[in-house]
Each structure stands twice: as C-alpha cells, then as structure tokens.
Design a protein around this ligand. Structure first.
Ligand SMILES: Cc1cc2nc3c(=O)[nH]c(=O)nc-3n(C[C@H](O)[C@H](O)[C@H](O)COP(=O)(O)OP(=O)(O)OC[C@H]3O[C@@H](n4cnc5c(N)ncnc54)[C@H](O)[C@@H]3O)c2cc1C
Length: 327
C-alpha cells in the first residue's frame, strides 16, 4: 500500500494555491487502489477552511507542521519539515509544485535522505514495474524525456496546469483527519533569518506560472506594456516578458519566461514583439495554443505559433482588446 504526500502550498491568508488540487489528483492516481493521499500543511495559517476542498480531492490525512520560532518559508527549515513529514506519514512519494522555493527545499531534502528528485514534470505516472515516472522537457524545450525515480521516497515537482484537478467520485467525501506536530528544527537550518518582509502591491492578475492565459511582451514593446496589460485584463491573464524586457528594467524579473526564468504551460500564450529565441521557447513550449504578433514575417516565433499576426503590436493589441471587450 502506497502513501503519497502532497506539499500544500498556500498563501499567508491560508488560501490554497489552486494547482495544489492538481497535485492531489496526480497523487490519487499514483497511490492507486488501497493507497492513501496525505497532505503536508506547513505554518500556522488557518487550515480549517481548506479541509473540505482537500477532502473532495481525496486527501485523507493532513499533517499540520509548525516550527516554533523558525520561519518555515526558509528552505532549510522547510527541508527539515519535509524529512519529518515523510518519516511520520511513511510516504513513498512526495509531490510538490515546481516553484523556485520548492526546488531548493527538495534539493536539500534529497541531500539529507538520498532521495531521487525530478523537477518541472509535466506528467507523472507509474510504469508497469510500479516505478514513479515523470515526463519533462529539457534542453530549452527541444527534447521530451521520461525519468524513472528509483528511490523510496521518490520526489517529483509538478508544473502548474499539468493535469486538470478532479474531485473524488463520492457524494459526501470525508474531511481529512488532522495530525498536528511541532517540528524541532536544527540550529543549522536557522543560520539565516528573515528580518523584514514587505508585501508587494496586490494585483488582480493570476500567478504567472499557474495562469491559464499569459500575455507576453518582448523588445518590440520598447518598454511600453500598456497595450499588453489592457489585453491581459480583458482576458484575466497574467503578464510575462522576455529576458530583454526584464533586463531593460521594463518589468520585474519575476515576469521573465524562459530557460533562466519561469516555465509556463498555459492553455493560451500570446506573445507580442517576441522573436521566439530558443532560450525563451524553453519556458513556454509546452503552452496549448500559441498566438504571435510580430512585425517581422520571418520572426522564428511564427515557426511555433498556432496563429500568427504580422503587424505592429501597438496597432494589433488595442484592436484585439476592443474586439474582446465588445463580446
Ligand atoms: C544563457 C542565456 C539564457 C537566456 N535566458 C532567457 C530566458 O529565460 N528568457 C528569455 O526570454 N530570453 C533568454 N535569453 C535571451 C534570448 O536568447 C533572447 O535574446 C531573448 O529572448 C530575445 O527577447 P525578445 O524576443 O524580446 O527580443 P528580440 O529577439 O530582439 O525580438 C524582438 C522582436 O520584436 C519584434 N518587433 C519589434 N517591434 C515590433 C512591433 N512594434 N510590433 C510587433 N513586433 C515588433 C521584432 O521583429 C523582433 O522579432 C537568454 C540568453 C542566454 C544567452
């Protein structure tokens, strides 16, 4: 019988990140009949509001871990909590969202436990031998690989949007049982401390890595993202950028998509003034439908676009936004 543990990423308010429910769905498939899906809630944010939705997605036990004075947002602290939770739950598979923080935490976890890790997985399944196998693109999106994790526990970080979240097939799914524990974190894990935190201005836009639709600007914007932002707002989309745009300081580095930025796999990617360089493609090639707007008909982005518009983005984007508003 296999237990799969899912790291329950959540906001400071206690709101679950939507893609966590996708992980619970993957976890159910990996656990199989007779297996169990456990969740790991780290921190003292209110857990109760999340329990019904976790129950509906097949989570039977939530390990609620606190760390005393140690800040669980620090990856060395989180790594020690992961070791504790995997031991306490007896999990043979650990799943988490593929974020920068989680990648660092599971790398530390792997050093401590010897576990095999795959990050940025787009799909996870068990093969005929029961091994956990994760599919991911590598080498700037030019190859797709399948990697079997040969250790127990196996650790896989899954990209947001990899699978649709599915509720369990039951009229009244049970609430998960909660197992609370305070983890004694080592002195070594607390040698760096957060001394100040300032919240960024809240935005109504979705998280870039998890968004269903992204509107992306490149050098062609010449630093003016107004038309992109207007389109993004009509579509409820996140705004992303190429490295040129972030290096120029036109938009924050957290918006950079590509080999050295965020990897996205939205259902719809709209790129404007983006040439489609290989380093950028590496972070968006798994997108569903790709729309490119570029004034150069020879731009490489048209090779991967499902729909291409040859034109000036400052003309095309406002027309598109107006047409969508009119609908
Ligand atoms: C090690 C390494 C890592 C890198 N990592 C990344 C990464 O993570 N992400 C990333 O994006 N890049 C990355 N890069 C940079 C990458 O190679 C490209 O230089 C970059 O992606 C190009 O950005 P761009 O498309 O905005 O600019 P350009 O390649 O200059 O293209 C601009 C495009 O805009 C079009 N255009 C101009 N004006 C208009 C207009 N008015 N209307 C419509 N179209 C217009 C032009 O025809 C052109 O095709 C990396 C590079 C290296 C060496």
């Amino acid at each position: 019988m296999s237990t799969v543990l899912v790291l329950l990423d959540h906001a400071d308010t206690g709101a679950l990140r939507g893609s966590v429910l996708e992980l619970a769905t993957v976890a159910r498939d990996l656990a199989g009949d007779g297996g169990a899906v456990h969740g790991l809630w780290v921190g003292d944010e209110p857990l109760d509001p999340a329990l019904p939705v976790l129950g509906r997605h097949g989570v039977s036990v939530v390990h609620a871990a606190t760390t005393g004075a140690a800040d669980p947002r620090l990856t060395p602290v989180l790594a020690e909590v992961l070791v504790d939770a995997v031991t306490a739950s007896g999990a043979t598979v650990l799943l988490a969202l593929s974020t920068f923080e989680n990648k660092e935490a599971v790398a530390r976890f792997a050093v401590a436990t010897g576990a095999g890790v795959v990050t940025d997985a787009a799909a996870v399944e068990r093969d005929a031998e029961g091994r956990v196998v994760a599919a991911k693109t590598v080498l700037a999106g030019t190859w797709t690989t399948r990697c079997a994790v040969l250790t127990d526990p196996a650790v896989v970080l899954v990209k947001a949007g990899a699978v649709p979240a599915r509720e369990v097939d039951a009229d009244a799914p049970a609430l998960p049982a909660v197992s609370a524990r305070e983890v004694a974190v080592s002195e070594r894990a607390t040698r760096a401390r957060v001394v100040e935190r300032t919240a960024e201005e809240p935005t109504d836009r979705p998280d870039l890595a998890a968004a269903d639709t992204v509107v992306v600007g490149g050098r062609g914007t010449e630093g003016d993202f107004t038309a992109l932002e207007a389109l993004a707002d009509v579509l409820g989309a996140a705004v992303g950028a190429t490295r040129v745009a972030t290096d120029e300081g036109w938009i924050g580095h957290e918006a950079q998509i590509g080999q050295t930025g965020v990897t996205v796999s939205p259902r719809l990617y709209i790129g404007a003034g983006v040439s489609g360089a290989v380093h950028h493609r590496g972070g968006m090639q798994a997108s569903g439908t790709v729309v490119a707007i570029n004034s150069d008909p020879e731009a490489p982005v048209f090779e991967i676009a499902d729909y291409g518009i040859v034109g000036d983005l400052f003309v095309v984007l406002p027309q598109l936004t107006e047409a969508l508003r009119a609908r």
